[in-house]
Ligand binder design. Sequence first.
Ligand code: 2HG
Ligand code: ZN
Length: 462
Amino acid sequence: MTDPRLESLLQSCPDLRLKTDAGDLEHYGRDWTRRWAPAPLAIALPGSVEEVQAVVRWANAHKVAVVPSGGRTGLSGGAVAANGELVLSLERMNKPLGFDAVDRTLVVQAGMPLEAVHNTAKEHGLIYPVDFAARGSCSIGGNIATNAGGIRVIRYGNTREWIAGLKVVAGNGELLELNKGLIKNSSGYDFRQLMIGSEGTLGIVVEATLKLTDPPPSTNVMVLALPSFEVLMQVFSAFRERLQLEAFEFFTDLAVKHVTAHGAQYPFEQIHPYYVVTEYASADEAGEAAALAAFEYCMEQGWVLDGVISTSEAQAQQLWRLREGITESVARYKPYKNDVSVRISAMPAFLAETQALISGAYPHFEVVWFGHIGDGNLHINVLKPDDTSDAEFLGQCEHVTKLLAQVLQRFDGSISAEHGIGLVKKAYLASTRSDAEVALMRGVKRVFDPNGLMNPGKVFDL
Ligand code: 2HG
Ligand code: ZN
């Protein structure tokens, strides 16, 4: 370690763990986007809040940019370090710190994996309900930084709803204790909510007080086969009217092709163009009867062609795999990802327009559609053919995304529903946020991060 800046970092924080091996720089410098070549200065792995503060103070003294790092499962480049930044990994700060049965809260360090949060909540007979496929590798701090959504938003909302307090090391190294677990707190600006979704551009989340809730009554999982895109929202309405939905997700035949090639089991005899996986409360016979009624109604209308209901926990997990395995099953095709949202009421018209745009624009590419349709959130993954260069593929996809951003703007939608803006969506921020809003965001960043060192270049440029 010859860089004098790192020598001085270790002098000011002697117990800090630092990694500078080429393999570590590569590993910690990239996220799941894999679009940028990692080139961080070093990786710092603090073990305490005080060490995080010391690192941030050092960064200000030496004007070194800091990239906060959780599980790096993000899909927008928010955790990429490609410009000599110091990566500040929270992976050693991964423990639960305390459970309060009266408040029903769990205090955790930011590096705790989401799945470990789920397990700890369960030990106390409660749940932390935000959930998605990357649960084993993502961290709660990263979830907070992107206001992560996932597969149960329809029932429980986004990460934002479940944060009762935060400890954040701001861009100047000061420790902020935000909201302190209060349910009611009408005492001025809510910086806790400002930090949620700020993608590490204002400071570093080091601890969180999570709200927990009761586990749902027992649920069942149903997979439906649909004849067309047009009926999707009608099926959604029919199910939502009759059932307490825990999840309502959609995917296409192409998605099925890839997940089954990856080991998921296909539940029908024939292939259909569109599918829904839904989970719903089914504590008693009335719940199951309502589910069957919804299914039969949709069959009568011609909106559903086939269906299967889980009869065991193992089968429920198998059915979920058809949806949850999609991202992993297409990863080898370096997909270009859109993650967009509109109001649910605007979804039918938006879907029709987007489908026309996408099928016209990518005649030669495989496009995998899926998403959290019950939240108005669509994922579009365009797969790169092996014989097309990265640059050409990216150029075409960026062109289509510009057009998609225009459609979204007309629908008052968002270019990033749940993955964040990071680097990937930065050029399209203006389709969702007004100039006045972005100017205010820049101003807010200057207040919390006067030297512009917290995850610079992410979300917007200063
Ligand atoms: C999901 O819903 C994730 O599975 C990933 O948000 C989406 O890979 C994607 O595009
Ligand atoms: Zn998603």
